[in-house]
Design a protein around this ligand. Structure first.
Ligand SMILES: [Zn+2]
Length: 186
């Protein structure tokens, strides 16, 4: 649970630091709104990957042998270097079932959960992969993420549209054949 009082104080300090008057009408409720937004967006900060795996860990037995791919799960997150928004992120997850499959909506919920922490894009992919491995028992998992980072698009070198792609993979998905198969299924 986030410390909402501290978040409200911090928001007031930021407003003062940039030369704003936190007591003007438009800003009166801003610290409270900011605190609620942060609490929501960082809700999984103190929740481990093991706990997320338990929360969304419902699987079904299946004789499916080919890769299962769930693509275009849209998420956003915040980078740990600037607390800046990472947006337009879409996640695609592939895995080779070893007797069990996970509900498709659970894959989206897992992606959503790990994004509600301060992150870097590479770790979001690794976290999703680790949790999918735990939940399904599969040793062959791949996660591709494409995303824009506002710390690159809206500050510093300001390159809107610059997309960062990361891949985290294990087992068979480290081989060129399975990489290619995953690519064809996207
Ligand atoms: Zn950043």
């Amino acid at each position: 649970m986030a410390d909402k009082n501290k978040l409200e104080q911090a928001a007031r300090l930021i407003l003062e630091a940039i030369g704003e008057d936190p007591n003007r009408e438009g800003l009166l409720e801003t610290p409270r709104r900011f605190a609620e937004m942060m609490e929501e967006q960082m809700a999984y900060t103190t929740v481990s990957n093991e706990e997320i795996a338990r929360e969304f860990g419902k699987t079904f037995s299946s004789s499916e042998e080919g890769p299962v791919v769930v693509k275009d799960i849209f998420i956003f997150s915040h980078c740990e270097h600037h607390l800046a928004l990472m947006y337009h992120m879409h996640v695609s997850v592939g895995y080779i079932p070893s007797g069990r499959v996970i509900g498709l909506s659970k894959v989206a919920r897992i992606a959503d959960a790990v994004s509600r922490r301060l992150q870097i894009q590479e770790r979001i992919g690794a976290d999703i992969r680790t949790i999918i491995e735990k939940v399904t028992g599969s040793q062959d998992v791949i996660v591709r993420i494409d995303g824009e980072h506002s710390c690159m698009t809206a500050r510093g070198i300001k390159k809107p549209g610059a997309v960062t792609t990361t891949i985290s993979s294990s087992g068979k998905f480290n081989t060129p054949e399975y990489r290619q198969l995953f690519k064809e299924m996207l």
